[in-house]
Ligand binder design. Structure first.
Ligand SMILES: Cc1cc2nc3c(=O)[nH]c(=O)nc-3n(C[C@H](O)[C@H](O)[C@H](O)COP(=O)(O)OP(=O)(O)OC[C@H]3O[C@@H](n4cnc5c(N)ncnc54)[C@H](O)[C@@H]3O)c2cc1C
Ligand SMILES: *[C@@H]1O[C@H](CO)[C@@H](O)[C@H](O)[C@H]1NC(C)=O
Ligand SMILES: *[C@@H]1O[C@H](CO)[C@@H](O)[C@H](O)[C@H]1NC(C)=O
Length: 496
């Protein structure tokens, strides 16, 4: 619940006098109901487009940063653009077609199949040297068998989620607790590398099997396009927002650098106040900010959100996934087929564990990517990049010898410290199911919610954000068009 301190701070920031300057969205009654969308990530843009397509065009999108795209974000590094947020189209070549795959193909997005099949020949010992292929393969086969048993168990559980357990508990049921360095790095690769949290925390029922891979296919494609993965968001935006020939959005309905700090909601409408003191009034608001932002006190809701809503927001986890890029004067790692991904098996679980080179994706750039998550992410965000670079160099020297060149540059994204994100993507905790999901998405009065964390099946993914935007917009459209604004949330035990 919002501490009272925050309310004091709020009233200082936004003196009531400012309310007089409120911008009135619905200038012309003919324009229909007005909707403010908060956040211009993929879910906000997809929600706004869905509203626009339904004839609800009296829109205003307020975005805190100076760009659209949110967690899909390219950054210049080492003379190229790399992705500090989402990088893969995940869930390809299955029974159903991932809508992002369709979009990526329409846009001619440059993308590469990621092949992890040869990890067993590319796993390094902490003390140096490489593990024998058969040794690693044995560990992988065992881990796969344990996961398959977990999947069987998972499918036997009641849909309510009451019987849900952690992935770690499911492993224990098979007498399997990864504890040696090699077992841990394989375990990390299988779970943390996907969900950004350890098996101790992650729900078995909601991730094994994972709807993304079960429905859309097991394959993942790495996006390496100098226009950025974010062009999927731009493309969606250009379909309903006024855009110049050069692709610059000039539509006044998109307002950048607008940090929403307060949402007041009444029976008759909403008032949204931004950090610069602007006040906007509308009939409805769609909140698409991340779960991490909702869990922080950046935005004050007045009156405060009901207890059931706060519980749903607080019960989910906002995970942290950090993609550290390193630039070298030349390449010194093995190149060629079946070498792109390699593992470092430290005694310290999650210590610079999963590595990737880009000899094909970014030829000549001499860039490596190492991924860390969770506690390591938080630790690394709080230390200087020079220290992170020396830690990473030490690991690389253990793998490739003392004579490798020093990295000339490093990129350490800080999603967790960033007040507009507070993490990277949501992870379903144990025992959470459709019921909590319904609550996290459910509107409160005139406030509607969207974002990857509200996606029924695909939280944590680009397609989840995109589809959630459509779904949440449709709930609001139904309310506007039929006058039926009731949103039924089922009892936990009634879910099946
Ligand atoms: C490091 C990382 C790696 C990932 N890897 C993948 C991947 O490989 N494949 C995949 O499918 N998915 C991946 N994801 C997940 C995917 O990027 C997200 O699920 C998706 O982009 C979320 O979109 P969204 O619209 O829900 O949220 P966001 O993109 O966070 O959009 C919300 C917007 O709200 C804005 N905002 C926040 N606070 C305020 C405020 N107070 N006022 C106004 N605006 C505000 C933010 O600036 C942001 O633009 C990754 C994410 C990260 C961060
Ligand atoms: C790498 O694999 C691809 C496809 O599997 C093949 O076409 C190509 O010839 C291989 N290259 C080398 C150097 O082996
Ligand atoms: C697997 O990796 C090893 C070591 O890097 C490499 O020598 C081998 O060619 C790769 N095998 C395949 C099938 O790609």
């Amino acid at each position: 619940m919002a501490p009272s301190r925050k309310q004091e701070m709020g009233s200082q920031l936004f003196p009531l006098a400012l309310l007089a300057a409120a911008h009135l969205l619905s200038a012309a009654a003919a324009a229909g109901p007005s909707v403010i969308v908060i956040g211009a990530g993929f879910s906000g843009i997809s929600a706004a487009k869905t509203l626009s397509d339904a004839g609800i065009t009296n829109l205003l999108i307020l975005e805190a940063t100076n760009r659209i795209g949110g967690r899909i974000c390219k950054v210049p590094f080492a003379g190229i653009n790399v992705e500090k947020g989402a990088n893969w189209v995940e869930g390809v070549n299955g029974d159903q077609v991932n809508p992002i795959w369709t979009l990526a193909n329409q846009l001619g997005l440059r993308k590469f199949y990621s092949n992890y099949d040869n990890l067993s020949s590319n796993t390094y010992k902490e003390e140096g040297g490489i593990y024998q292929h058969v040794t690693v393969q044995q560990i992988i086969d065992t881990a796969d068998k344990v996961e398959a048993a977990g999947e069987k168990y998972s499918e036997s559980l009641p849909v309510s989620g009451r019987g849900d357990i952690s992935i770690l508990a499911a492993q224990r049921l098979q007498n399997h607790v990864p504890s040696a360095a090699l077992e841990m790095v394989i375990d990390y690769y299988k779970f943390d590398y996907e969900f950004a949290e350890p098996p101790r925390v992650t729900s078995l029922q909601n991730t094994v099997p994972l709807p993304t891979f079960a429905n859309f296919g097991e394959d993942v494609y790495f996006v390496a396009d100098q226009r950025g993965y974010e062009i999927v968001v731009h493309n969606t935006a250009h379909q309903f927002l006024k855009t110049t020939k050069d692709g610059v959005i000039v539509d006044p309905r998109l307002q950048l650098n607008k940090v929403v700090r307060r949402i007041q909601h009444y029976e008759s409408g909403v008032t949204v106040t931004t950090e610069d003191g602007s006040v906007y009034k509308a009939d409805y608001v769609v909140v698409s900010v991340s779960l991490g932002v909702l869990q922080s006190n950046l935005i004050q809701f007045m009156p405060t959100l009901p207890h059931w809503k706060l519980l749903a927001i607080y019960e989910f986890d906002m995970a942290v996934y950090t993609k550290i890029f390193l630039k070298f004067p030349y390449s010194f790692w093995p190149a060629g087929n079946g070498t792109q991904f390699f593992l470092y098996a430290s005694d310290r679980r999650g210590y610079y564990p999963v590595w990737q080179h880009f000899e094909v994706e970014y030829p000549g750039a001499h860039v490596l990517l190492v991924t860390v998550t969770d506690e390591e992410s938080r630790r690394i965000e709080q230390q200087p990049d020079s220290l992170t670079k020396s830690e990473a160099m030490e690991v690389l020297r253990a793998m490739f010898g003392k004579n490798i060149p020093e990295a000339s540059d490093i990129l350490v994204p800080r999603w967790w410290s960033d007040r507009f994100y507070r993490g990277t993507f949501s992870n379903w905790p144990i025992g959470v199911n459709r019921y909590e999901y319904d609550q996290i998405r459910a509107p409160v009065g005139r406030i509607y919610f969207t974002g990857e964390h509200t996606s029924e099946h695909y939280n944590g993914y680009v397609h989840g954000a995109y589809l959630a935007g459509i779904d949440s917009a449709n709930i609001l459209i139904k309310c506007i068009k039929t006058g039926n604004c009731k949103y039924e949330v089922k009892e936990k035990d009634a879910v099946n």
